[in-house]
Design a protein around this ligand. Structure first.
Ligand code: 5GP
Ligand code: ZN
Length: 141
């Protein structure tokens, strides 16, 4: 198992540095984000080090994501949130600051001020068809 000594989340997974753990399995750890966007903001990580989602085998992704419904339910019950966002950043451009795959669960309440930037665009003619074709080819290769 890769466990880079410099990776803060690997060190949380091994218990080398403390975190407010809320759930642990053989493969996964969930803990409170140290700088929460909202009360109850949780991070869920694989114990094994992967920098980005596409580097994970599907089974490892499954070990993490199968816990999300229970975590979401618990967050709603415990914090009184009306809903939650799940966010998983890959790459600096996306906002990833810790180079170990993690899923954010961010409780949401009406008027919480967090907002949501969803700047939808329109495809120019032919672009959607081109993307569809190339993605289908890539995914079936
Ligand atoms: P990212 O921007 O990479 O998607 O999110 C990284 C998250 O990890 C941030 O929300 C940040 O607050 C959290 N974080 C960074 N270092 C620590 C730490 O040492 N302990 C905990 N509990 N959370 C951390
Ligand atoms: Zn790591």
């Amino acid at each position: 198992m890769t466990s880079p000594s410099s990776c803060i989340f690997c060190r949380i997974a091994t218990g080398e540095i403390p975190a407010k753990l809320v759930l642990q399995t053989d493969a996964v750890v969930a803990f409170l984000d140290v700088a929460p966007l909202a009360d109850g903001h949780v991070l869920v990580i694989p114990r094994q080090h992967y920098a980005r989602l596409e580097q994970m085998p599907p089974e490892a992704v499954s070990e993490v994501t199968r816990l999300l419904p229970d975590l979401g339910r618990a967050l709603v019950q415990v914090t009184g949130a009306e809903g939650y966002n799940i966010l998983q950043n890959n790459g600096i451009v996306s906002g990833q600051s810790v180079d170990h795959v993690h899923f954010h669960l961010i409780p949401r309440r009406s008027g919480d001020g967090l907002g949501y930037r969803w700047l939808a665009k329109q495809y120019p003619p032919g672009r959607a068809e081109d993307l569809q074709e190339r993605l289908r080819q890539t995914l079936s290769a």
